[in-house]
Design a binder for this molecule. Sequence first.
Ligand SMILES: [Zn+2]
Length: 144
Amino acid sequence: MSQLAIKMYMHCTKCIRERPSDIAPRDWARLNVGWTEQGLQIWCVRHNINVAHIDLQGNKVTVDSSIAPHFCIPELGENDIGRWVEYRSKGGDKVEQGRIKSWNDERVFVVYQCGGDWDNFAKYTGVATDPADLRFIDTPKAAA
Ligand SMILES: [Zn+2]
């Protein structure tokens, strides 16, 4: 399943020039993306101009349209407090399991260390974690 893997974003050059400094590029962009006779086109809705038209030159390509289950802070609610999550660092070299204690607009506070006292996890320190690095998991056997 596909995660966000973009290494370099495509922007409308006019939009970039006109972007207010307090608005992130991703919030300012107004792009349409779609298939054409030749391939794939990215179109600026605001300026009604071409951003990029990718010509596949007749090559067959594979398209991954799967949706990875992602972790979304605005969807969190009271019932998610105490749920088990797994943290995986960007490189995938570090994996930890813990329970959600709280969150703010940008970070989820996860208790990873409580000396095995998982029933009282809420008394322990939550580590601010990027939600992009988290996924929900079933209760680990060791803690059940
Ligand atoms: Zn534009």
